[in-house]
Design a protein around this ligand. Structure first.
Ligand code: ADP
Length: 485
């Protein structure tokens, strides 16, 4: 089962019921390397019939030994899988770099994050439990945390490994079985994950992977009547479709839909400590990150200084092929490149941006875009309001704390925000006033934060992933009231 990429699985197959099998349709979809626009390999174009087969396999597996497994047993399999991920870090990182166009160092970090999710959830498996509740005389009341059953996972192309870790990892921990629909633009590490899960001894049918198009395999999974929980990470428009598709089945849906996340830099901030975070949070994975920080709100007293420092760093940024590990890689596709360019075309009323440079290592056919930093941007400008999903950041000046909060909260999104200030009272005030699922104080991203609950409000979605919170989301609570007199 080898091909040109030397994969230990058949990239054009689905993984259903513990075996690699061809999709019901003979159709295949090409997978392109965004660094060169050359075909990497073909993947299966999963259909409704494949989703039906995968859900059936997951249902059987849930009714079988996995549904009755102990937390200890599940933790051990997850720990073994985490170990296998660690042993294959380099292979996974190179696959992700070629498939997503992600610079190799960032792809390595994603592989390590996937391992870390499995380690965390392996350790958590037997430490999550119900409660006993004080109640009426003659009663003993307690709660049980039980799996939903068959869970569907529809994931995007930007961070396949990390999102599999937080979504599939947490679902398996609680005893659910999974059907995973990776994105049609990038799904090799999802397939590799299935192969490693098989090698780790995950029982047949507990994890099934069906690649394919969103409107076909994705829509079929979201609306499948035998699915008991859906988690989705991607765009707002598709999130709405998924919620609508699942609605007739009355199943819980977790949506993580991106943002327009601000960083607030006050006059008393440690500017030099902030600068790398301000930029990295905007250019990581070429800005194609749900929690990217695309708005930098800077107080007037340090505005000129911050803009000068940001501009110096921006003009030194280099863009090139993922495997050569430049600061920024290509965008995922020609369509994404055209989308980001279309935002730039709507910014001719702004001062010209400071741009990084595309190196001559970059193939003319790759989907490259030089990072762009816009300054003095009005808070209501389209570049300051809409999620661009490319390496584009806007700098917005503000006068005082209240104005900063109003601007920060003035979009439809609320995923992440950060406050850069030495003032303890302000830190605490803003942690409450800012509308976002995660607030960082004098940092951004906190090193990935497998342990830290993550999710949005507003159009950024609902439900929480990561940490123990995800385990509550991937389980349902049963209350038992025993009357014994
Ligand atoms: P992005 O904008 O990041 O490309 P999308 O929201 O388009 O993200 O896609 C994220 C995931 O949702 C992918 O796996 C994609 O195939 C899937 N998807 C796209 N459209 C639909 C749909 N109508 N129903 C279900 N899944 C879909």
């Amino acid at each position: 089962m080898k091909n040109a990429l030397s994969l230990p699985f058949a990239s054009d197959h689905c993984f259903i019921g513990g075996v690699w099998r061809e999709g019901a349709l003979s159709d295949r979809l090409p997978l392109l390397d965004p660094s060169t626009a050359q075909p990497l390999c073909e993947i299966a174009r999963g259909s409704t019939a494949d989703i039906d087969a995968a859900v059936a396999a997951a249902k059987v597996a849930h009714e079988g030994p996995w549904g009755r497994s102990t937390a200890l047993e599940r933790g051990r399999v997850l720990a073994k899988l985490g170990q296998l991920i660690l042993e294959h870090t380099e292979q996974l990182a190179r696959l992700e770099a070629c498939d997503v166009g992600k610079p190799l160092t960032q792809a390595r970090a994603d592989a390590l994050a996937l391992a870390r999710y499995l380690e965390f959830y392996a350790g958590a498996a037997d430490k999550i439990h119900g409660e006993t509740l004080p109640y009426l005389d003659g009663y003993t009341v307690y709660t049980l945390r039980e799996p939903h059953g068959v869970t569907g996972h529809i994931i995007p192309w930007n961070y396949p490994m990390q999102i599999i870790g937080r979504s599939v990892g947490a679902a398996l921990t609680m005893g659910n079985t999974c059907v995973l629909k990776p994105a049609e633009q990038a799904c090799l590490t999802a397939l590799m994950f299935a192969e490693l899960a098989r090698q780790a001894g995950l029982p047949d049918g507990v994890l099934n992977v069906v690649p394919g198009l969103g409107e076909e395999a994705g829509a079929a999974l979201a609306a499948h009547p035998q699915i008991n929980h859906i988690s989705f990470t991607g765009s707002v428009s598709v999130g709405a479709k998924i919620q609508a598709g699942a609605a007739p089945n009355i199943v819980p849906v977790t949506l993580e839909l991106g943002g327009k996340s601000p960083q607030l830099i006050f006059d008393d901030a440690d500017i030099d400590a902030a600068i790398p975070f301000l930029i990295n949070a905007g250019i990581q994975n070429a800005g194609q990150t749900c929690s990217a920080s695309s708005r930098l709100l800077v107080q007037r007293g340090v505005y000129v200084q911050v803009v000068e420092k940001l501009s110096a760093r921006y003009s030194a940024l280099r863009v090139g092929p993922a495997l050569e590990d430049f600061d920024v890689g290509p965008l995922i596709s020609q369509a994404q490149q055209a989308l980001v360019e279309s935002f730039i075309a709507q910014a001719s009323d702004l001062a010209a941006p400071v741009r990084g440079a595309i190196t001559d290592h970059a193939s003319n056919n790759g989907f490259y875009f030089a990072p762009a930093l816009y300054t003095d941007v009005p808070a209501g400008h389209i570049l300051a309001q809409q999620e661009i999903f490319g390496p584009v950041q806007v700098v917005i000046p503000f006068d005082d704390e209240q104005q900063a909060v109003d601007i920060a909260n003035g979009t439809d999104f609320g995923l992440v925000a950060s406050v850069w200030s030495a003032h303890g009272g302000r830190q605490m005030r803003l942690a409450k006033a800012l509308k976002a699922g995660q607030i960082f104080i004098n940092n951004y991203g906190a090193g990935g934060g497998v342990e830290l609950p993550f999710g949005g409000i507003g159009k950024s979605g609902h439900g929480r992933e990561k940490g123990f919170e995800a385990l509550y989301g991937f389980s349902t609570l049963k209350t038992v009231a025993a009357h014994h007199g």
